[in-house]
Design a protein around this ligand. Structure first.
Ligand code: 4NP
Length: 157
């Protein structure tokens, strides 16, 4: 018995793969890697099969997270059968997921940052078209969310 967590953004090359590696690191540190399954996807199809954005990878590596082996994939309705938690990076992602969610879904569909405990920001801003600072902001928010999320998820184990 375990729990499964899916992170969702638009392209699956910046925010949600960052959340995947940061959360995986926290889960490993807690010794729970055999009990929590983690993946990330995008709502869009533009970057399917691509590695994360180089700027995202560099910002993550500066904090010790390697994302090089990840490849983008697009969300599908079947993901709701596979994941107990489906967590959107922003409100647009959440709206798209609500349309796709089967009526029978018993898991939790929410904004990832609803679990962050040290910020009132509730959306991870899309860094794709912004400056370099955006990638560090994304990491700050995601580290906060990952900590709070792990506290919640482990209650289900
Ligand atoms: P992500 O960032 O949703 O955090 O992966 C984006 C990446 C690419 C695009 C938009 C957002 N794009 O429009 O190509």
């Amino acid at each position: 018995m375990g729990v499964s967590v899916l992170f969702v953004c638009l392209g699956n090359i910046c925010r949600s793969p960052t959340a995947e590696v940061v959360f995986r690191e926290r889960v490993k540190a807690a010794g729970l890697e055999d009990r929590i399954r983690i993946d990330s996807v995008g709502t869009g199809d533009w970057h399917i099969g691509k590695a994360p954005d180089p700027r995202t990878q560099e910002a993550a590596l500066r904090r010790g997270y390697s994302m090089a082996s990840l490849r983008a994939r697009q969300v599908s309705p079947e993901d709701f059968a596979d994941f107990d938690w489906v967590l959107a990076m922003d409100d647009a992602n959440l709206a798209d997921l609500k349309v796709m969610r089967p009526a029978s879904y018993q898991g939790t569909l929410a904004r990832f940052l609803d679990y962050a405990q040290h910020t009132s920001v509730r959306e991870v801003p899309d860094p794709y078209y912004g400056g370099e600072d955006g990638f560090d902001t994304v990491l700050d928010l995601i580290e906060d969310g990952a900590e709070g999320l792990l506290n919640r998820v482990r209650e289900q184990l």
